[in-house]
Each structure stands twice: as structure tokens, then as C-alpha cells.
Design a protein around this ligand. Sequence first.
Ligand code: GDP
Ligand code: MG
Length: 406
Amino acid sequence: MNAAKAIKDVCVIRVSQFMANGRWTRSVRTPVVKFALVLACGLLMLLSVQYLNTSSPSVKEEIEIDVEPKYVEALGYDYQPQPKEEKSWLPKLISYGRSSWSVSELDSFSDESRNILKNDQDISPQTLDPDNDSLLILTPVKNSAKHLTKYFKLIDKLKYPRHKISIAFLVSDSTDNTQQLLIQAKKKYQERGSEKMRFKRFEVFRQDFFYSLPRKQRHLYSKQLGRRTVMARARNYLWTRALENEQWVLWIDGDLDYYPPNIVHDMMAYDKDVLVPNCLVSRQISKFRWQYGVYDFNSWQETPRSISVVKKLNEDDFMIEGDEDAPFITHRKYMNGFGKDETIVPLDGVGGTFTLVKAHVHRSGIGFPTWLFQHQVETEGFAKLAKVNGFGVFGLPNYNIHHIHN
Ligand SMILES: Nc1nc2c(ncn2[C@@H]2O[C@H](COP(=O)(O)OP(=O)(O)O)[C@@H](O)[C@H]2O)c(=O)[nH]1
Ligand SMILES: [Mg+2]
């Protein structure tokens, strides 16, 4: 204590002597010292600007991350942000309400998207009751036996609480043991497992449509209307049977290879009526090179060019994406057409590989058209139908999931 006091006294005396001698004021007047002082101030300012620049992203991040767990906590469960290296990240919460769009931003959207951005505001958001929020996962399956192990591995990793998940399958026209495996899975989860392992409900429905198509032909344009209308029927049979009082419906195809465990939380945080991530697939581009590219071309935004294509169509013309033998190019903007910083974008069509829907959309009667609606059927028809009914349809072009390679 005494030593510290002594040092302090000496310092105080030295400084006051220095000031009293007038050396301080005199030395400031000399040009060299003045110059040195200006240089030091300049350096100090530069360093502060540099510091602010490097520190601002983390400040920004903190603010965003701060908002989201709070939001998700309101749903009533423990939210753990994924570390960046695990291929998942917290989505930025962006309000896409009417007021958040500048005129120039609105100009970049198609007429239909603009319309929806307006309509989106007219639908009051669903109340997120912490005690009652629940999720219904729906998966149509046909000859999916070989994919089911992976399917359940991914489901098991989901961070959304199992007791709030109901899961339902519709098996059609299968010639393998898909149905038996699902019944075994139901036993494993609901009967043999601990209370914690159980889903709220686990249902397996069966409905055959007596439709078969060699797998290799399933992406031919000429086969699409038939195939997709059967798929639409399968999806309608499934949601109309399975939906009870859940708040969210999540469509997951049976043949996905990867999605991040936090995906349900991440997507729910956007609070959109219909939302899809970007479904990629790994494709071989040369003998030793594989590359991820868009798998689900059914998620798209109309462009001025695609709108002019639509205007020239006959009423019963069917539009389909990504088929080499299609009679015309649609000129739509796919998920790979957006920039790296475009977190969420309005869409006009969606695919069904991983599609989060607020249950009130389906409850309002919006299903999967089995007839041509604005030249589309099934999932893209669903998106169009949802939009004309005032629901918001969006995509996350930089949030990736993977379809198996086939
Ligand atoms: N219930 C049912 N499911 C089907 C039918 N056709 C395909 N599926 C399932 O629907 C999902 C998507 O089908 P898929 O053939 O993978 O479509 P693609 O990836 O777009 O070529 C998968 O889970 C299929 O098993 C069908 O006719 N009925
Ligand atoms: Mg598939």
C-alpha cells in the first residue's frame, strides 16, 4: 500500500513540476513537436476506424444472434446455435413486411412477387403459443426402402423436441418392403423406445394409385404431367389425413442425404407461410471431380422473360423445369441465380424436397393442384395457389440441404 502511495506521489509531483516549469506549453509551440502530435492523432484516428471496421461485424452478429434465441425461446425450447463449421448458421431475421421494401427493391421483383409482398401483410401471423406449437412431418414414399435408414438418421438428429413432432407417411405402389420397414420403425420409436424417443404420433398410411414409371423415365417431359399429378394426389391424401392441430407442416422427401440438425428452428425463425432451403445434389463433372449444384429446380422466381413466356402459352400448356426434352425454356430464376448475400427471397414456385408450411395455409384449403393451375401442378401449383390466396412464399438460396445422388 505504502509503496503504491509513494509511486503515486512521485508521479504526481513529477507531472506538476513539468507543468509548472512551463516546458509543456513551450514545447507544444515548436513545429516539430506540433507535427509529431498531429501525426500521432492521425494514427490514433486511423487505428480507431480500423478497430471499428473489424469489430462492427461481431457487434452486428451479436445483435442478430441476440434477437433470434429470444425469438426461439418464445417457442418454449432450448435453442443452441450451430457452430459455423457445422454447415449451419443462424438465419438473419429480416422483416419482409410492406414497410421494409424500398421502391427500388420492389422494382426488382415480378408483378406477382410484389403483389404477394403486399398480401403477406394482410395475413396476421400465427400465434406461437409455447405450449402448443407442434410440427407435422409428412413424407410420401414409393419404393423407398433403401433410403429409410438415412431418412431416420437425419430425423433423429433434428433438434426440435421429439415429443412435439408428429410424423406421417403415405406409401403408394411400392414393390419393395417400404411399408414393412415403416411399421418396424413405428414399433421401434413408439413402443420399444423410452418416453423421450417417442413422436407425438407416428402414422403410416397406404394408398395405391396403380401408377408405375421406369425410374430412368421419371424426368422426361412427356411423363411429367402424369407423374406429377399422381404425386400431387399422394401429397393431398397425406396431409388431409394426417393434419390434426399442428401449427407447422414440414414436407420432407424420403431420399435426402443431408440437412442440418438445426434446420427446423432456423426456418421457423423466419416465420413465413411457405419456406424452402436450397436443395443441392453432388454431380460428377469429370473423372475425378464432383460438384454440388441445384437439384430442386422447382423452386424459382418468375422473371420478366418467364412472364412473357407464360403469356404466350395456351391455357392447357404445362410448364416444367429442368427437363432436357421440354419443348420450351421457361427462363425462370432458380436458387443458384441469387447472390451470396441474399438470405431470403420471394419465390413463385417451390419444390417439395424440404418445404416448411404454416399449417394454416393447408387448413385454408391450399393443397397440391392435380389440375393445371397457372400452367403448374403439384408443388409449384401449390406455391402459385398459396400466393393468389395471399400467403407469402419464400426461399433461402444460401441455406443448403442435399438430395442423394441418383
Ligand atoms: N406416396 C407416393 N410417394 C411417391 C410417389 N412417387 C414418388 N414418391 C415419393 O415422393 C418423394 C419425391 O419423389 P422422387 O421420385 O424422389 O422425386 P424427385 O427427387 O423430384 O425425382 C420421394 O420420397 C418418393 O419416394 C408416389 O406415387 N406416391
Ligand atoms: Mg427425390
